[in-house]
Each structure stands twice: as structure tokens, then as C-alpha cells.
Design a protein. Sequence first.
Length: 374
Amino acid sequence: MTKERTVIDLFCGAGGLSEGFRQAGYHVLAGNDFDEAAGETYAATHREARFLPGPIQNYTPKDFMRAAGLRAGELDCLAGGPPCQGFSVYNHQRGLHDQRSSLYREYLRLVDGLNPRWVVFENVTGMSSAGGGGAMRAMAAGLRKLGYTGEWKVLKAEEYGVPQERRRLVFIGTRLQAPVLFPELTHGEGLLPFVTVRDAISDLPSLLNGEDKGVMKFRRKPQSDYQIMLRGDEVEIYNHSAPQLGDINMRRMKHIPEGGSWRDVPIALLPAGMRRARRCDHTKRYGRLRWNGLASTILTKCDLHWGAYIHPEQNRVLTVREAARFQSFPDWFHFSGSRTEQYVQVGNAVPPLLGRQIAETLIEAETSDFRLVA
């Protein structure tokens, strides 16, 4: 009988990493996050798991063991990514003084108490540079002290079939004498072609600026294998409504062609702070996506002032469902809370498709010959 592999997801948000592990065959036992709306989404989409709400500081390793029905040392994998805003390059005051930057210590505390066979820790690439990389070095040193060997690597989501330019710093560690593996690339030069914006969202209904039709029926067959995979048996579309943009942004948008950006907007229509910008600055602000390109990194809001979040041909910004498609969430995955909260959940998530391939490498490593580290 094949052993059922288990995982607990810390800082789980809506559950992108949990969903990836589940797709790889893991049993998700528990998750924790302080975000209430994300917790509602997680509880609804991971009914087999116990969700522990609130700050992680409120919980002991025994709390997680009780929730999971395990004893110390029995858990296969402890996964998670502490809030990344303290390290993000989009945070110009980033550094170790940001309280969120020290939450990795909570992860180490629970690794110590739970003693999992594997640890998977992910964050933004800025963790390697914020504060001179002090948090990353401290994290690696803390895991070594607890008996784990492992490696860091920057993974590019688009090279694993996610239709989005996204970089994540991933640490995989183990207390087993097993190899630490990272997923083999599947997409790119000499491999499968990248999954494009068209592959991801071309089957979704058109919307006007500010239009909200509620739950809709699919009226078009899937246009790509990627859409077939994410749609599954779903016949209805959730979380697909367009935010209302003001008149000035609508006037700007009409000047931006597919693949264009703020450079295509007449100077008189640009925000005052951008009128003196150099042409090499703010390269993706007010960007309109290309059908045959990749989506920009999905952030916690699809604000056209932040980057390329304009639909390739419709004069509006991306919906939550379109952002979720670019993150590789299945269509049955419905996001709770206000639309603003839904964008945050999607933008903070690990793409499930990337999470699945990380989880599969752990299984591959365990099938090789190994023994427990004494």
C-alpha cells in the first residue's frame, strides 16, 4: 500500500501552494494565515484540511500536531512563505526593519517543533538582497542547525507552464539522506512553448469597464490545452468582473495598442509625476498585454499604474478570474471577500502549477535510495 504523504502549509493565504501539493498527491492536513478573507477561501477550497486562523505567533507546534492528527517527526512536509512585502522590490523601504521580514523565525520555530521530513520555503527574490541577504542566510543557518540540508534556487514560473513572468526564491531542505531536487524545466527554448496570454484567457467572456454580470456561463469551448486543464468540468465562471476606472484612465487607455504602454499616451494625459519620466523608466506602467506574450507578474492589485494589467483588446483592467488564470488556479477555485481582497489573495499566492511540480520533486527524491539522518 502506498504511503499517503502529508503537508502543512504556513502563511497559506488562499492556498495556491496547498493546491499544488494536493495535485501532486499530498494530503493537506492544516493551513494557517492571519488574513480573514484568505482564510474563508482556504477553508472552502481545502475542506480536508484544518484551517487555523490568526497570527502564527498564537500557535505552538502542538496546536498544529493536534490539528493534523500527527506526532512530531511524522509530517512529510512543512511548506510556506511568510508575507513577502518586507522583501519585495516593489517596497522601496524594504529591509529587515520591516516586521514582516522576521516571520521566517516563526517558520523555524515550527520546523523545530514539528520535525518534518522535508521543508519547502518560498519567497520573493528580494529576500536574497534585502538587508544584505541577512534573512536568507539566517534562515539557511537555522535549518542547518535543526539538522536539515538544502538549497536555494530562483524558479521562473513561466518555465513550468505558468503564463506569467514570475520569479520566486525557493528553499528545499530535508533531514533525510535524500537528494535535494528542483523541478526540471518544461517550457522554453527547446522545450514546450511558453503558455501565452491567449492560451490563458481567450475563452473568457468580454466585459466593459466596470461591468459585473455576476456568475456567468461559459459560452465558448476551451481554446487551448491550458484552458481545458483549468476549466475541468466547470460550466460557470466566478470572480469575473471588471473594476470601474475613471474617465481619465479610459482616455489614456484608448491610446495604448496591444503590447503598448504609457509611452503611447499623449504627454498631456499622463499623470503629472510621469510627464518628466525618461523613456527607459516605468517600462510596464499602463501596459496592455500581448495575446502572444506572457502576463506581467500578478501583484496584489491589477492597477494599471503599477504595470501591464490592461486586457489585450478590451479597454479595462484584468479581472480576478483572469489574474487567477495567469496564476494557474483551477476555475472551481472561488475567491471569498471583497474584490480588493480577492486580488490580494491571487497576487500573494504561489502558482499551484509551480507548487505541484515542486511537490513532485520531493516524491521523486524520496523514491531514490536514502536513509534517515541519525
